[in-house]
Design a protein around this ligand. Structure first.
Ligand SMILES: Cc1ncc(COP(=O)(O)O)c(C=O)c1O
Length: 417
């Protein structure tokens, strides 16, 4: 049977110790096997940011899976080019490759960065999360790099492969880069996995400049920060990385990841004649770039993640944040709400933290659990990792208002004598 009762152990991370077993999901709603329905602000922790089974994506999947389609062949097709064109237009990077997950996109980006710079180490921000990428499981503890608590069976101590500094700490970053050992900085434009931690003014531009100065590549992971808007957070903040990685939402729920690179990076890869890019060199995935994923990604990017839909999603997140802020003010609570485009998260501190370390310290498990369960029991699903809420094009203003109403009730119950 299933280990832990679930297909993957992380699915048990719900308040109450076990997950809701879902039966169907459509648009912004989920139904469970007991017949309850939920407004879904979790959206598969971004995997379903396009909404559940969006029509355009479903049609593309049906076309591929149907009689004369073909799901996987080991051959390129026209959808691959269309996806690359869409991503190039959005993110401003010329060349693209496809994977089945964001984790793989990050792993391959790091391999390429080490190969072309001939440097061994990478730099990450403390409390980052980039999927199950070995090099990224390192945090600062009392200012010292340590293997992240709970790191399962690491093959090497990640402090040997990775330097770590706090987000928004430019001088620490420059100090590490100045040693000339760092192949790449792997970063989200805003941290999203330890609460949302936004970049301070100019921080990303200064990181870009420092990377250029010290010959380090900048890899921006837009897997979650794509919520910022049509051009992602790199577009919003005006920073162009050398390599951009992304996954989760692009396939509209079908496994798909991508990494894009500048022409300069592509030229450096091409110049590395001793590296095996076509067989057993460490960059691969037999089903990567399969026709089903590419069809789903083409439809999702061209027809669902449009500028108009992003406007709707961000508008809904604004409305969500307003509702939460009103209750916070009404009950005079020392809390705040943080927003990155279509993604919002309430924090139980008066001011949003500016580093991963501060954000980890500000976490309040009891309050997180209280709000999570309060919502779940009343038909609203929040992301179990923090109280994050994401808007899809299918989300409605009425659903957002239903949350605002419940949030007000939850606060009232909490402050009641
Ligand atoms: C920023 C970021 N990058 C990469 C990943 C990895 O995605 P996946 O587990 O789909 O490979 C995650 C997962 O949460 C993420 O938050």
């Amino acid at each position: 049977m299933l280990l832990g009762g679930v297909p993957m152990s992380w699915m048990n991370k719900w308040v109450g110790g076990y997950p809701v077993y879902f039966a169907t999901a459509s648009g912004s709603t989920i139904s469970d096997v007991d017949g309850n329905t939920y407004i879904d602000f979790c959206l598969g922790d971004t995997g379903a940011m396009a909404g559940h089974s969006p029509a355009a994506t479903s049609e593309a999947i049906a076309e591929r899976a149907g009689g004369a389609g073909g799901i996987t062949t080991m051959l390129p097709n026209a959808d691959a080019t269309r996806v690359a064109i869409n991503l190039r237009e959005r993110f401003g990077l010329d060349y693209w490759q496809f994977t089945l997950s964001a984790t793989d996109a990050n792993r391959f980006a790091l391999r390429l960065a080490r190969q072309i710079t001939q440097r061994r180490k990478v730099l990450v921000f403390s409390y980052c999360y980039h999927g199950t990428v070995d090099e990224s499981f390192v945090t600062l503890s009392d200012g010292q790099p340590v293997s992240r608590a709970g790191n399962v069976g690491p093959s090497v101590d990640p402090t040997e492969t990775t330097e770590v500094v706090e987000f928004n700490d430019l001088s620490a970053l420059r100090e590490v880069l100045a040693r000339g050992e760092i192949a790449a900085i792997l970063a989200e434009p805003a941290l999203t996995n330890i609460g949302i931690v936004l970049p301070e003014d100019e921080f990303l531009r200064q990181v870009r400049e420092a990377a250029n100065e010290y010959g380090t590549l900048l890899i921006l992971d837009e897997t979650h920060t794509f919520s910022a808007g049509y051009n992602g957070a790199s577009g919003l903040y005006g920073v162009r990385p050398d390599i951009l990685t992304i996954g989760k939402s692009l396939g509209g729920g079908v496994p798909f990841g991508a990494y894009g690179m500048s022409s300069e990076v592509a030229a450096r890869i091409a110049a590395q004649s001793e590296a095996d890019y076509v067989d057993t060199g460490g960059i691969g995935g037999t089903l990567a770039g399969n026709a089903l994923s590419l069809g789903a990604a083409r439809a999702t990017l061209e027809e669902v993640f449009t500028r108009e839909n992003f406007e709707t999603m961000v508008g809904l997140a604004d409305r969500f944040a307003t509702g939460v802020s009103q209750a916070i003010r009404k009950y005079d609570l020392p809390w705040c709400i943080v927003q990155l485009g279509a993604r919002t998260e309430y924090r139980f501190v008066a001011e949003a933290p500016s580093t991963g370390g501060a954000s980890a310290a500000a976490a309040d498990e009891d309050l997180d659990s209280y709000f999570h369960l309060f919502m779940l029991n009343r038909g609203v699903l929040m992301t179990p990792f923090h109280n994050m809420a994401l808007m899809s094009p299918a989300t409605t203003a009425a659903q957002v208002d239903a949350h605002s109403h419940l949030f007000d009730q939850a606060c009232a119950a909490l402050v009641a004598p």
